[in-house]
Each structure stands twice: as C-alpha cells, then as structure tokens.
Write a protein that binds this ligand. Structure first.
Ligand code: SF4
Length: 579
C-alpha cells in the first residue's frame, strides 16, 4: 500500500503515529529531570517515599527478602544523658547544624527528612566532633540521599609516605570522593592519619586493627590495647571505624571449602587471633565498651565484612551470610548505645546475585546504609578491575547500596598511584551517578540533559564545560581536530548525523536557547593547557626503551619468593631490601 503522505513545501508530511501505550515507559518512579524535559518521563524505581523503608528503591524481583520491620527509633536514648551523636539528636527530635548543612548539599531532601532518616538508622552523618573543628564539610550516607563514593589510600610498608598520600587525598577530593579511608599499614601511620584529619574536607575512615598490631605480634593484642587504640583514634578525629566485630569463631569452619579463604585483612587477622587464643573475637566481646568510646566523639561504625568473598566462586556462601546476620545483631546493639552504623559489603559477586545481596542486607541489618566494595562481577581482568567492579557497583547502588568503595586499576596488583586514584574515582562517580538517575533522584539528570543540548547544538565549549572531566574531553577532541566546527573527527563533516539533524528544519533538537555555538563559523580552538597536553602524552606509544624495560627478562630480584624455600628467610631478605 502507498504510504499515507503528501508533499508540502518540499517536505513530506507523514501521518502522525500513535505509540501503543503498552509500549511506552511506565511512570513508576520520579522524574530525574528537574525541568521534566526530554522524552523519558520517569525512572523504573519505586516512587520515593522518603521516611519509608523503600525510598529510592529498585522494584523487588520475586523472591527477594522484604525490608526489616526494625529501625533505630525502636530504642530510646539513655535516660538523663544529653544527646551527643547525630543519631541521639535525631531520636530526640533535634535538627543539628550538620543535618542542616547536609540538607543544603542534598537539594531533594529537607533537614527534617534527614533527621527522620538518621533517627530510623537508614542514614548516617560520619562527623567526629574533633574533625568538625577542622575543615570537615558534613555529608550523609543513606539510600534516601545521592549515592556516595569512597577512595582508599594510605602509606604501605613497601611504598609511599605521608606527603605522597596527602597529595592523593586532595586529588581524590578533586575527583569527587565523598569519604577517604586511610588504610596505612606502614610508614608514619599515626602522622599520616593526623595529617589526613587536619587537611580533609571529607570524612576519614580507618581500620584500627592495622595500627594496633604495628610494633607487636598479633598474639600480643590485648583488650586494653584495642580500647586504648580506639580511644586514641577517636580523639584524633577519625569519623568512622571499620571493625570486623562480626567474624565469630563459629563462622571459621564455614570458610574451609572456599577457593580463596578470608581476603579481608582485618578478618584474617582476627580469625588468626581467635585460633591462637581459643577465644571469641575480641571486637565482638568488647562491643559495648567500644560503643561507649565511639559515642563520646560520635565516631560511626562501618561494621566490616571480614568474611567477604574474594572470588565469584565464594560469593553469597554460608560464611558471608552468617557474618551478615551477626552484623545485624551488632547494628541493634550499636543503636541501643546511640552510635551510628553502616555495614560493609562484598567484594566479588556475580551480576545476578547483586540484588539478592543488597536486599538481604536491608532485611538482616534493618536498613542500615550498605557500603560495598565494588563488587567485581568477573575475576579475570586484573589491571581493569576499576571497570569490572564499577559494573557491579552500579547494580549495587541501584538495588540498595548507599556508598561505593572505589577500586582502582591497581587492585590485586599494587599500591595505587595518583593516576590510578583518578581512574578509580571517575569509574565510581559514573556508577553512583548512573544509579541515582535510574533511582529517580530528583534533579540527578539535569547536567546530563544540559550536556545533551550542548552536544545537539555542536557547542563544543559548553560540551566540555558540562563534562565531568573537561580537560580530558577537550584534549581528546582537539587531538584530531583542534577546530571548533559543526562536526568532529569521529565521522567528519559529511557524515555528522548531529549536523545533518540540525539542517532538517522540522527537528527542534539542537536549537535550545543558550546552547547555539557562537559565531557559527569554524574557528581554531584555544591551545591545550599543560594538563591537557599531559593527558595526550600519556596516550602516546611507549618508546622502544620503555618497552624493553617492561619486557626485561633478566634475573629475578633476590627477594622474589619463589627463589627461596624457607618462608622466614624470604621475609628476612625482603625486610633487608626494604630497610
Ligand atoms: S561527527 Fe559524529 S561523533 Fe562527531 S559530533 Fe558529529 S555525529 Fe557526533
């Protein structure tokens, strides 16, 4: 049959098509665009009821655990004591200065909504009272707010010191890290921590057991050492402690059939301590005393997943889930003491198990914010684990995680350098932002829509300005064609679909006010900045000398472990070389 159209003024006027409503995007969640522009009306997430247990939540796949019926308001503040922590203030109905500041930063939430979420235990503000006296800008972690990212750093016994780590901290803040974990295991560990706290705008987290065993054998770790160290770090201003208090003696037999055993440093140290002493995990036994110290300074818990899987084959196994159940018990004990809690999560998880892991935590840990490490969704891409994990992190955030711990390209391979920190941060900002859009967090898509308009108008200047990393975007554009014109080197003038679309008068796209290119003529772009030139240089092919160096097939260094039979001797040689 001939098409139903007629020619008018040189253009074909085609019969209007009505899309079957069955095939259009259903309005389930809220619209992530403030201006409600574009053709996509909403997200598929559940319509947000901030104050409810499913605020900004993905729809549950059949079979997923229901949210818990328990929340932090089920406990009252201790009678006769002035509220000290954000949780205690929230439960007393007080809106603190930090809650007000967080409401400014989370423009879709009111200070009262933030108070209510904190009172319920679904949100925390990790802000040690000492750190608030320096440069800390309060932020929150919780599913009702935007998704946050954490960057790990810290001196190791093998490389790097305080200055280099401080530079990385500022670099991570520059690339959007919302919190920083100081995981120093060597160097001047105490100085490094103090320096971080005094110089960071972002909350600082630590794994205190690392510094507890510096200068002593693990077996000599006593209850007094544990409490003294925690008190010292709380007094310094650490905002959250990762404590692996949920690894119990009873869980250890569950690990024996794993492919890779215990991969958490804190988890493995405590497991060894329990086996040496034949006793329960000291962090578990001392939990109420620890809470008292943390309450005094308002240090938040990051209840560590000491039995997290270290490979896909060990994911969601009995050991991991038994520990998660214990973390749910500890969450309630911390709430009873007025201490804020978030929960650490895995690790390495096949893509199809991610939703289950997020929703099981929501159930077992009663909605306490989930802070996940990736997870990596495949194990065979060392060198690219910022990508394997950011795929998992995006799914995790969509299904319920509140903070994503970054993974850099150096994961499993070495200590991240400055550029690895940037790569990790950028990958995780992508994951967090993608999830926020999918969850329908109001306004989360605004910058994307602005950039789309600039792209449609072929306005390169605005395109770069609206990019997360303008220097890299401009350097890549100018590498092939340093001319600001109505196409780029990807397709060239004749094949540029955006340019062709602009020429089709009927299309409104690319004509948004304020997005048209100035002038209209092709003009040479401004020269590349030093930073942009460096970005391009880093893309350069390696010189023959560099390739030769990388392919060096000479003698292995004397400390290489497979050259030495005796483990102790190997360590001695390594210590000698590193001294
Ligand atoms: S040339 Fe191709 S890639 Fe470049 S702006 Fe046009 S359509 Fe986009």
């Amino acid at each position: 049959m001939a098409p139903d159209k007629r020619w008018k003024g040189g253009f074909a006027v085609v019969k209007r098509i009505h899309v079957n409503p069955e095939w259009s995007l259903p309005e389930l969640g809220s619209n992530p665009s403030t201006n409600r522009e574009g053709t996509s009306p909403s997200s598929f997430a559940i319509r947000p009821e901030v104050g409810g247990r499913r605020a900004f939540s993905s729809p549950d796949t059949p079979g997923m655990p229901e949210p818990s019926g328990i929340e932090a308001t089920d406990w009252e503040n201790e009678k006769g004591r002035k509220p000290v922590t954000q949780l205690e203030s929230a439960r007393a109905g007080i809106i603190t200065a930090e809650m007000k500041r967080v409401a400014e930063r989370e423009s879709h939430l009111t200070a009262e909504q933030i108070r209510a979420e904190i009172a319920a235990g679904r949100m925390i503000i990790p802000a040690n009272r000492v750190h608030l006296g320096y440069k800390l800008d309060p932020m929150c972690i919780g599913r009702a707010s935007t998704t946050k990212i954490n960057a790990n750093m810290g001196a190791s016994p093998v490389s790097s010191g305080t200055e280099e780590e401080l530079e990385k901290l500022h670099w991570a803040e520059r690339w959007g890290a919302d919190t920083i974990m100081d995981l120093s295991t060597g160097g001047q560990i105490d100085v490094c921590r103090e320096t971080f706290i005094r110089n960071s705008r972002t909350p600082i987290g630590t794994v205190p057991i690392y510094s507890m065993i510096i200068g002593r054998k693990l077996e000599d770790l006593t209850y007094d050492v544990i409490l003294e160290n925690l008190e010292h770090q709380a007094k310094q201003g650490v905002d959250y402690f990762t404590l692996h208090a949920g690894v119990l003696r009873e869980h250890l037999p569950l690990v024996k059939d794993r492919l890779i055993g215990i991969v958490s440093r804190g988890g493995s140290l405590l497991a060894k301590w329990m086996l040496i002493h034949g006793k329960q995990n000291p962090m578990y036994d001392l939990f109420e005393d620890i809470c008292d110290i943390m309450r005094e300074y308002d240090v938040s818990f990051s209840l560590g997943d000491g039995l997290r899987p270290g490979g896909l084959a060990d994911a969601s196994d009995a050991a991991q889930l038994a520990e998660l159940e214990t973390l749910g018990e500890l969450t309630q004990r911390a709430w009873a003491k007025g201490v804020q809690v978030m929960i650490e999560g895995p690790g390495h998880v096949p893509f199809d198990q991610i939703e289950f892991n997020m929703k099981l935590e929501r159930r077992l840990c009663h909605g306490a914010p989930f802070y996940v490490l990736g997870p990596l969704v495949t194990d065979i891409f060392p060198g690219y684990d910022h990508i394997t994990s950011c795929i998992g992190a995006t799914a995790a955030a969509y299904h319920g995680a509140s903070m994503l711990c970054y993974v850099t390209p150096k994961e499993h391979l070495g200590l991240p350098k400055k550029d690895d920190v940037k790569q990790g941060c950028v990958a995780y900002k992508i994951a967090a932002h993608a999830a926020d859009i999918a969850l329908g967090i109001p306004g989360s898509r605004d910058q994307d829509d602005e950039l789309t308009k600039a792209r449609a108008a072929l306005n390169w200047k605005k395109h770069f300005e609206l990019s997360f990393d303008p220097d890299t975007a401009k350097a890549y554009h100018d590498e092939d064609l340093d001319v600001d014109t109505d196409f780029c080197a990807m397709c060239g003038h004749d094949w540029c679909s955006v340019r062709i679309s602009k020429e089709i008068v009927e299309f409104a796209s690319g004509k948004a006010d304020g997005f048209q290119r100035e002038g209209g003529q092709a003009v040479r772009t401004s020269a590349l900045s030093t930073e942009q030139q460096e970005i391009l240089e880093r893309r350069g092919v390696l010189s023959p000398e560099e390739i030769h160096k990388l392919a060096h097939k000479g003698e292995k260094t004397a400390c290489h472990s497979d050259l030495i039979e005796n483990e102790g001797e190997a360590k001695e040689v390594q210590d000698g070389l590193l001294a």
